[in-house]
Design a protein around this ligand. Structure first.
Ligand code: 13P
Length: 257
């Protein structure tokens, strides 16, 4: 079985201007050290307007935190007012792109087909998609969680090669747990992540499903990360609110202490 290195990513959502983004990045790098980076892949996903400033900070101070974007379009260039191309992100040394976050699906009408196009475009540009899947509270209460995530995974990876799927990251984010302070229990999160891993096996074979890293997201905090990471099926976390505070995010990265 391949060893899956944990990956902990901060999704800053629509927070921080480029000045506070630089401060936050510097503070985080001050709090983390080589041992942390050896144990965990650390990613921060600032808003588009902060990417260049954060990238310059990471590069000039040689900080081994990976840069992620929160979204992109699937075309390389063209008359798509307001959109950002995967090639533009790759040129900025962005290496991860969050795709299909529930806020994009719910607030901006992003469909499974759009998620699939974005996944393929991100991979074609040499970056790694962090594909978000998860159920609403109504779906959970109706016992529809499995069907929902199975469908989302199958659609996201349609037409993607097995080798490429193996490099991807999936984030299981139950929508009812996002920003609510109500996190899934580690047992529940691991069980649904098991279903997701099964869906990846279905789409891309056993090897890819063993290699793909699957994070949990939804009200991850310094106080609950250790019990989540203690589950062998959970390979990391996608952190919203708590990633805005470098002290909290550093404690999350150091989950085992
Ligand atoms: P919170 O950690 O604020 O619940 O957000 C989770 C999330 O949506 C990360 O992408």
């Amino acid at each position: 079985m391949p060893e899956r290195k944990p990956i902990i990513a901060g999704n800053w959502k629509m927070h921080h201007d480029h000045f506070t983004a630089i401060q936050c990045t510097q503070k985080l790098s001050y709090l983390l050290d080589k041992k942390d980076y050896d144990q965990v892949d650390v990613v921060i996903c600032p808003p588009f307007t902060d990417l260049r400033s954060v990238q310059t900070t990471l590069e000039s101070d040689r900080i081994p935190i990976a840069l992620g974007a929160q979204n992109c379009y699937w075309e390389k260039e063209g008359a798509f007012t307001g959109e950002v191309s995967p090639l533009m992100l790759a040129k900025l040394k962005v290496t991860f792109v969050i795709v299909g976050h529930s806020e994009r699906r719910e607030l901006f009408g992003e469909t499974d087909d759009a998620v699939n196009r974005k996944v393929r475009a991100v991979l074609a540009a040499g970056m790694t998609p962090i594909v978000c899947v998860g159920e609403t509270l109504e779906e959970r209460e109706a016992g529809a969680t499995e069907g929902k995530v199975l469908g989302q995974v199958a659609e996201a990876f349609a037409g993607v090669s097995k080798a490429a799927v193996a490099t991807c990251v999936v984030a299981y984010e139950p929508i009812w747990a996002i920003g609510t302070g109500r996190n899934a229990t580690p047992e529940d999160a691991e069980a649904t992540i098991g279903v997701i891993r099964g869906a990846v096996a279905e789409a891309a074979g056993a090897e890819a499903s063993e290699a793909v890293r699957i994070q949990y997201g939804g009200s991850v905090k310094p106080g609950n990360i250790a019990e989540l990471m203690a589950r062998p099926g959970i390979d990391g976390a996608l952190v919203g609110g708590a990633s805005l505070d470098p002290d909290d995010f550093a404690r999350i990265v150091r989950f085992s202490e």
